[in-house]
Every structure is written in C-alpha cells, then in structure tokens.
Ligand binder design. Structure first.
Ligand SMILES: O=C(O)CCC(=O)C(=O)O
Ligand SMILES: [Fe+2]
Length: 353
C-alpha cells in the first residue's frame, strides 16, 4: 500500500497538472498563495494541498481501512448504507451504477459521519464496525480534527475571495448541526471481471457537498477538463492531498467556484495489479441549508449572477440534494437511464446523458 512498495505512476498516460497550494501559507493569509487558491478554485476547482498536517494520520486511516475491508463480507453488510439515500456506513462493490446503462461500480467503501464521530460514543446517525470504535480516539477523531481545521481555513479563504461577510460560509457548516459531512475510505481491488481498465470503477460525477480533501497513493482519479474530451489522470504526489470544490460551493458562489466532473478508473500501468486505496473527507453544508446563490450577501456573487443564465436557486436543502444523489446511484433503485439522471448534480447536461 505504501508508495515504496508499489510501482511508480507511469509517465506515458495523460495527466493534468494541478496548482500546488501551501496550506500553511493560506493559514498565514499570504496574499500570493490566496491568489493561487482563487485561480485553482475558479478554473478547474481542483488543486494539490501541501503542508496540511494530516499525512501520518492518513497512513493510520489506510491501515484502519485495510482491517475493515478484510472483515468477512456478511459482517460488513451489517453496516450497509441501504437504498434510501443514506450515505453513512458500508457500500459493497457493485451496489451503485457508474453510468446510465446501469454498469456496476467496482469500489467498496465505508463512510463515517462527522456527526457520529463528534458525538461518539452516542451515535447521531448510526453505528460502525467495532474496529472503527476501537480506533476512534487514537485515529479517527484525530484525522477528523485535522480535516475540520483544513476545511475551516480553506472555507474562510474562499469566503473572503467571494466577498462574503466574515463567517458566512462557516455558518452554513456548523459542527454539531446534522450534515452529510463524512470520512470515506475507498478500496478498489485489481480488476478481475474482464472489464477494460478505462471502465470507471466509480462513475463520473461532481462532488455533492462543499469541499473535498482527498488522499491517494496510486493513480486512477481522472478529471475531464472543460473543452477537452480526453479524461486526464491526476498523479498522486506523496504528502500532497487533492482538494476540490463540490456542488454546494458552486451554487452558493453563483458559479464562481467550479465543481468539476471526475471519476475513478483502474490504476494506470503496473499499478493496476495493486489494491487502490483512497481516503477523503467531504465537507457538506448543514442538512437544512437551502442550496442557492448567496447573492444578497455579496456584490461579487450578485454580479456573477447577472452574467449567468443559471440562477443557481435549487429550492432544495443540502440534505435532500445529497440523499437524492446517493439514492439514485443505487442499482436497487434503478428503473432505467432516468435513474442515473436523477442522481446527477451540477454537472448534468441533458445532451451528455
Ligand atoms: O478515489 C478517488 O480518488 C476519488 C473518489 C471520489 O471522487 C469521491 O468519492 O467522490
Ligand atoms: Fe468525487
């Protein structure tokens, strides 16, 4: 699993270079670094983040993931997320569609709710395998602590870039108010089902929430850059997280921030023979927050809306938006291509469906 024991990322596949943002400089309110963040968040909506302070905890979370995924399937299935649009818990490989034809996904993951971690040992939403509980204090809570700090600093910087009154975005993401925020540990075993390597193991999507903080060791994550019809890999760089903007921030910002489409395929080259792990923290707004542009709070956003045909007013709460997207990816809820369309977010273009 560690970078030293798996083959290097090949140099003959299409990759997309991301800007590297230094977290410590953002924290110190360095003007040039904040400009770099502005560029990344408004153009591709993806960037590398270095000096985030989570690296050692990420390794411990991957060890936890390994122990969880090695549990017998029937034990993991006791914690299955179900078909009602709930995200927290276990999802077996093949439980979701990756496209409108209903092709099955090939990743398994465990999602652990921020609310459940903060309220532990009292569950807010649900319980988890005992391996998670056993490492709650030593590993899960410390990782969440770093992730929440990173999110709070980045949300603060984006808040100011959008010309919002101080604390506006923070007030939409309050710890202790129920939300879809979660840690996600994903395993993709080497492809054995004869599917070609470029068949997505996790279908093309935009992220559902506000900001994502992603860690991976092997390649497989790809972005589709606007104006380009070739999917490009994001090459993992040791010690660097990948951050990206999700639908909620795109909508709050009236489209100023970009929520870009991405997917996961088999790792490239020799890496394809190895298990691929990824770990994410997904920050999402409080469930009751309505997803609409914050034009009444920022002249910058109001101005962006004037020049846009989209009014960014979904009339939907963050909780409902999130549940809908989860629910209609589930293969058990599939009636036809319309189910996949019902699971789409801001990336949805009828002509591309
Ligand atoms: O595994 C990855 O690298 C990306 C996962 C992802 O995009 C997601 O879970 O939303
Ligand atoms: Fe994603």
């Amino acid at each position: 699993m560690s970078p030293s024991t798996s083959p290097p990322f090949p140099d003959d596949v299409p990759t997309h270079p991301l800007l590297i943002v230094d977290f410590k400089l953002i924290e110190a309110k360095d003007t040039l670094e904040i400009e770099k963040l502005r560029h990344a968040a408004t153009n591709l909506g993806f960037w590398y983040l270095k000096n985030h302070g989570a690296e050692e905890l990420v390794d411990r979370m991957f060890d936890l993931g390994d122990d969880i995924m090695n549990l017998p399937l029937d034990e993991k299935m006791e914690y299955e997320q179900g078909d009602t649009g709930r995200s927290f818990g276990y999802k077996a490989s093949g439980a979701n569609a990756v496209d409108e034809d209903g092709t099955l996904d090939s990743v398994e993951f465990l999602n652990i709710s921020k609310d459940d971690i903060l309220s532990y040992p009292t569950p807010t939403h649900r319980t988890y395998p005992s391996i998670v509980n056993d490492r709650m204090n030593s590993t899960v809570q410390p990782f969440l602590g770093v992730a929440l700090h990173v999110m709070q600093v980045l949300l603060g910087a984006l808040n100011d870039l959008l010309g919002l009154p101080s604390g506006t975005l923070a007030a939409l993401h309050v710890d202790g108010e129920a939300s879809g925020s979660e840690i996600k540990i994903i395993k993709k075993a080497p492809q054995t089902n004869g599917l070609p390597d470029d068949k997505p193991s996790l279908g093309a999507h935009t992220d559902f929430g506000s900001l994502s903080f992603l860690h991976n060791r092997l390649g497989g994550l790809q972005v589709l850059v606007q104006g380009n019809d070739v999917w490009q890999y994001i090459k993992p760089i040791p010690g660097h997280a990948v951050c990206n903007i999700g639908d909620a921030l795109k909508i709050f910002s009236g489209g100023i921030l970009r929520s870009n489409i991405h997917r996961v395929v088999a790792p490239p080259g020799e890496q394809r023979k190895y298990d691929r792990w990824s770990l994410g923290y997904f920050a999402r707004p409080t469930n009751t927050v309505i997803l609409r542009a914050l034009e009444d709070k920022s002249s910058v956003i109001a101005e962006a809306l004037k020049n846009s045909s989209d009014k960014f007013d979904t009339n939907t709460s963050a909780g409902d938006w999130f549940a809908r997207r989860i629910k209609y990816q589930r293969i058990n809820n599939r009636t036809g291509p319309e189910s996949w369309r019902a699971s789409r977010g801001t990336e949805f273009k009828p002509e591309a469906a």
